[in-house]
Design a protein around this ligand. Structure first.
Ligand code: ADP
Length: 640
């Protein structure tokens, strides 16, 4: 369709002149033209012919143009309506434009080309509107299509997410099941290990106990050597089994801590006895210092504490070839009822390379295979120690330098026993104010004993050589404040302790000084030699506090005669222990009920208890124990 020259035009006008002039002009311009003489026939023609443009007169009889316009815009809102109005009816034109008329022309139309132009513009606008509408419809369809596609994609995605979630939930459930099964298996394994270790430990303890009993019988030297070897092999096996037992207990969460009263000093002294013996075999010096302000009457688990210390100090002794090993205890934090103690275990041993330090506290970790072959061990000691330390509210760590040595340290929290500031031993009045000179070139050794002297309110001096000791003794004597006791180490830098003793005994002014030998290198037979030199006491390091107190008390009350051997009053570890044992035996002869099903252990325990002066009844099981308990009175029941 040529828009310029074709299209249907409907002219509605009551004026025949206008109609015919327009009709002719438009037909000449290729339009198809219809006419209507009034509003009503105009509306009918509009409905019938569906014109492209309506030319509408506003003022007509009966139905006027505005009414027609109102009707037409309702029925075909896109139809361009050009209104014709006479002069002076401008208001009608404004109303028509408001109702939706496209344009208006004023009659009489002098230049008909104006109407031609207006019609063209109107048709162009209709075309644009229709194209726009088409385009909009197309767009809407596209949007609808895209929306539909997106909805499908969304549904697909949601389905995939839901499938994946279900799959993950399934995998998760399977994993939880597998983990539970693994936990169960690990638990079963730990329980089995714990049971097995227990089963092995019982006969092993029997072996060790029986060897101890055998050792107390008359043996040839060869037999004694054999029993010694059996003993040390059994002890090593026991350490391994104990490690495994502890490790499996910790793994299965069965590590339970005791809460009992104990004396830290006693715990450490017992441990030091064993460690010093091992150290001495290697020619290594072992010292243990409890700082003066450490309260020693505590409450906690002494067995577990000893276990950590045995492991760390045992390692220190194991990995040291020469030099020394020391344990030092100090206060880290102190509160009203609680105390946090710091234990430092120092050695001058092989040290640990920096890159191995991190893995040291992990299970089965040993610094290198050749080390473990040479020194032995399970690689569990440090892991167990770490677990126990953490259970006791502390931390553990190490500083080490290769070929120089290591310092393992740990802290633990313990309860203080009520009314115990530091350990209180009843100090005999005779000891208070005693003047003692300590001679030792190792400052730590001097510190250990001077700490004791300080707590007993003694006066003390320190010398690090024989010469210094001699001049201090002479100076003190001349000043009228002589030292009553000289306590010396055997090995001094400039002379032996024995030679120093001899010099003192042969010195006119000094011979009334009481001499005590306190040595770390004592050998069998030393005691009698020392005694013959005029010494009154002979003790080996590490010395127990109450042993030293007992020794000083004894030598003060029964001094040796200068120059003459006095074996009866000569004080040694054995005379002190015998005194203590005799006291105990007199005080505590107990009637004991031993409940134990293992025959070997029965035999070991019974023999040992009888040796200590107690009487023993044996029950093989709980039932027998109850029956015996109901029939007889016991002071103590020992029960497996
Ligand atoms: P083990 O029973 O093998 O001694 P531990 O857990 O007690 O097991 O020690 C693990 C490893 O740590 C040891 O094998 C050793 O390599 C190293 N180690 C521990 N203590 C020391 C030490 N004082 N000096 C040097 N190396 C040490």
């Amino acid at each position: 369709m040529n828009i310029n020259n074709s299209g249907k035009i409907l002219i509605v006008d009551d004026d025949p002149g206008v109609r015919s002039s327009l009709h002719l002009f438009l037909e000449d311009n290729q339009y198809e033209v219809f006419e209507a003489v009034d509003g009503n026939s105009g509306l009918a023609m509009f409905r019938l012919e569906k014109p492209d443009v309506l030319i509408l007169d506003l003022r007509m009889p009966q139905t006027d143009g505005l009414e027609v316009l109102r009707q037409v815009t309702v029925e075909d809102p896109d139809l361009p309506v050009i209104v014709l109005s006479g002069a002076g009816v401008m208001n009608d034109a404004v109303s028509a434009l408001r109702l939706g008329a496209w344009d208006f022309l004023q009659k009489p139309i002098e230049d008909l080309s104006v109407i031609h132009h207006t019609i063209n513009k109107a048709l162009e606008k209709v075309r644009l509107i229709q194209e726009n509408r088409k385009y909009q419809t197309h767009l809407e369809e596209e949007v609808k299509k895209r929306t539909q596609e997106l909805r499908l994609m969304n549904e697909e995605l949601e389905k995939r997410v839901s499938d994946r979630t279900t799959e993950l939930q399934r995998i998760n459930a399977e994993l939880i099941k597998a983990k539970e099964a693994a936990d169960e298996a690990a638990k079963a394994k730990s329980i089995f290990l714990a049971n097995m270790s227990h089963e092995i430990r019982t006969p092993l303890n029997g072996v060790i106990g029986m060897i101890d009993l055998l050792n107390d019988t008359k043996l040839t030297q060869e037999q004694a050597e054999f029993t010694q070897l059996i003993h040390s092999s059994a002890e090593s096996l026991l350490v391994v089994v104990n490690d495994i037992l502890d490790f499996s207990k910790i793994e299965s969460g069965k590590l339970v801590l005791e809460s009992i009263h104990f004396d830290l000093r006693v715990t450490l002294e017992m441990l030091s006895d064993i460690m010093a013996l091992k150290a001495k075999e290697k020619g290594v010096e072992f010292t243990c210092l409890i700082n003066e302000n450490v309260p020693t009457l505590l409450n906690g688990d002494p067995g577990k504490l000893r276990q950590i210390l045995t492991n760390l100090a045992g390692n220190a002794v194991k990995f040291v070839e020469k030099g020394d090993v020391s344990i030092c205890v100090s206060v880290k934090e102190e509160h009203d009822d609680l105390i946090k103690l710091l234990f430092e275990i120092h050695d001058t041993g092989i040290g640990i390379p920096k890159n191995s330090l991190d893995s040291l506290f992990q299970s089965f970790s040993q610094v290198d295979a050749s080390t473990s072959r040479k020194y032995g061990g399970t690689g569990l000691g440090l892991v167990i120690s770490k677990q126990i330390v953490e259970n006791m509210g502390g931390e553990i760590g190490v500083e080490s330098e290769l070929d120089k040595g290591s310092t393992f340290w740990f802290t633990v929290c313990l309860k203080k026993q009520k009314k115990s500031k530091t350990d209180s031993v009843d100090v005999p009045a005779t000891i208070k104010g005693t003047r003692i000179l300590v001679v030792d070139d190792n400052p730590l050794n001097r510190l250990i004993v001077t700490n004791f002297f300080h707590s007993w309110e003694c006066f003390y001096g320190e010398a690090d050589s024989g010469q210094q000791a001699l001049s201090m003794l002479i100076n003190a004597k001349e000043a009228g404040q002589p030292f009553q006791i000289l306590m010396t180490e055997m090995q001094l830098p400039d002379m032996t302790g024995a030679a120093l003793g001899e010099k003192i005994m042969s010195h006119e002014k000094l011979r009334d000084c009481i001499l005590i030998m306190l040595t770390s290198i004592g050998q069998r037979g030393d005691a009698s030699r020392i005694s013959s030199l005029g010494f009154s006491g002979f003790l080996s390091k590490p010395v127990k506090k109450d042993h030293l107190l007992n020794c000083i008390k004894t030598v003060l009350t029964t001094p040796a005669c200068p120059g003459k051997p006095t074996p009866k009053t000569f004080v040694t570890k054995y005379t002190i222990e015998e005194n203590i044992q005799t006291d105990l035996r007199h005080e505590h002869q107990l009637k004991i009920l031993l409940v134990e099903d293992n025959m070997v252990n029965q035999k070991v325990a019974k023999t040992m208890l009888k040796k200590s002066g107690h009487s023993v009844e044996i029950a093989n099981n709980g039932k027998e124990a109850v029956e015996l308990f109901l029939k007889q009175t016991f002071d103590l029941i020992l029960m497996d």
